[in-house]
Ligand binder design. Structure first.
Ligand SMILES: [Zn+2]
Length: 406
């Protein structure tokens, strides 16, 4: 592999794509926008020069295909093309480009593969325009329903209109479903500090964390802050804090690692001299172990009961619930062997963030490989990768794809 040449081209691609992805000076490549279209035009031209057959499916997922010579089975590799608002350059896009460069190089060295290979750039994984996210990957596995197209973005444009305006065919959504895919590989930056701190080159993901988001509402009684003795109050915030201040204790007690985050909190009436009677907050709970998630939810419910005994109302609603996803064990073991044989240090780990691989994995054997990002920073303009990590991911992916397709 001519590493210097690949790295030079890759860095040029990132720089060019960044230029096409700026909205008011911030990097934001939302799906079905003119930024998305410009980047796809750039990638289409680039893939054609490298010998890929380029197409877009009904949902506008970008696909680059290399036909196999013996079989109608396809090995799929890729990641998402969209970014969060004011996001980073490498989240998603790195996995797409790693697929392109790995396959281009393999074809140059070994000629036409036995099995077909396809690189996919998924639409709208992040949910930064249409909140539910994973639109492209759900279409590929046939999980996108007609009712999903009614979802609207902040400006009131529905997914159906957005796809149509961009040139896609929402009514032909089912045609995006692929039955020829035998395995899926996604390479992604870790987006956290665990891999970098481990000092290893490659993260082999065995499971993607489950997620449950609770919305908790505590209703007490509004009173005068100066005249109401402490013992006679029904202060909604003081009681909400009994739940919030137990997040560290509850997560420390789970057998598998877990997190619980209160990221939104609304307080009413919101006046310095009034005892608050209304607090609403979210708790984002994640773990690779569904028992850990259950344990934390159960702990919160027990505290809620004590608040009710004090005469306040507590309502707990589940606003998101995604189970933990196990990635394919055989592919994980094969990738461990590859890392050993190629002399790469590796770390078997969970993913704290969601990825397209979690949508594909219940349908098609899937593997998710991480490379470190600098300081674990992601979803920020400061997101960065070292050149060494960029090439490590491409090298390992090349060997994985060689074993699968040649
Ligand atoms: Zn991503």
């Amino acid at each position: 592999m001519k590493e210097g040449k690949i790295l030079k081209e890759l860095l040029q691609d990132f720089a060019e794509i960044k230029k096409h992805s700026l909205v008011d000076g911030e990097l934001w490549r939302a799906s079905y926008t003119k930024e998305d279209q410009k980047v796809k035009e750039y990638l289409t031209a680039m893939m054609r020069t490298k010998g890929f057959i380029v197409s877009q499916d009904a949902l506008m997922n970008l696909l680059g295909q290399i036909e196999g010579r013996e079989s109608d089975e396809t090995i799929l590799v890729g990641s998402h093309l969209d970014t969060v608002k004011n996001g980073g350059e490498f989240d998603g896009l790195y996995g797409f480009l790693a697929g392109i460069y790995a396959i281009e190089n393999l074809v140059k060295v070994y000629g036409q593969p036995k099995r077909s290979l396809a690189v996919v750039g998924f639409m709208e994984e992040e949910g930064s325009r249409f909140t539910s996210g994973y639109i492209g990957s759900r279409a590929i596995v046939g999980e996108l329903k007609d009712s999903d197209f009614a979802e609207v973005d902040r400006s009131g444009t529905s997914l159906r209109e957005a796809v149509k305006l961009a040139g896609g065919k929402p009514s032909e959504c089912i045609s995006a479903k692929r039955l020829d895919i035998k395995a899926f590989f996604e390479v992604h930056i870790e987006q956290g500090p665990v891999l970098e701190q481990s000092g290893k080159q490659i993260g082999l993901v065995e499971s993607i964390n489950g997620l449950r988001i609770l919305q908790i509402t505590v209703r007490g009684r509004q009173d005068h802050a100066g005249t109401t003795p402490m013992g006679l109050r029904k202060d909604a915030l003081l009681h909400a804090c009994k739940i919030i201040s137990n997040m560290d204790r509850l997560t420390e007690n789970t057998i598998s690692p877990s997190t619980a985050t209160v990221g939104e909190l609304l307080l009413k009436p919101g006046s310095s001299n009034v005892v608050p009677d209304f607090v609403q907050f979210t708790v984002d709970i994640r773990s690779s172990d569904s028992e850990a998630i259950k344990y934390i939810v159960c702990g919160i419910s027990k505290i809620a009961e004590t608040i009710k005994h004090a005469g306040l109302e507590v309502k707990i609603e589940v606003i998101a619930d995604e189970p933990p996803i196990q990635l394919d064990d055989d592919l994980l073991k094969a990738n461990e062997m590859i890392c050993k044989e190629e002399g790469y240090s590796y770390f078997v780990m969970n993913s704290g963030a969601g990825h397209d691989a979690q949508v594909i994995a219940p349908h098609i054997p899937s593997a998710l490989l991480f490379v470190p990002c600098v300081g674990g920073r992601s979803h920020t303009p400061e997101e960065a990768m070292t050149e060494v990590s960029m090439m490590d991911g491409i090298q390992i992916l090349s060997r994985v794809l060689y074993d699968q397709a040649w």
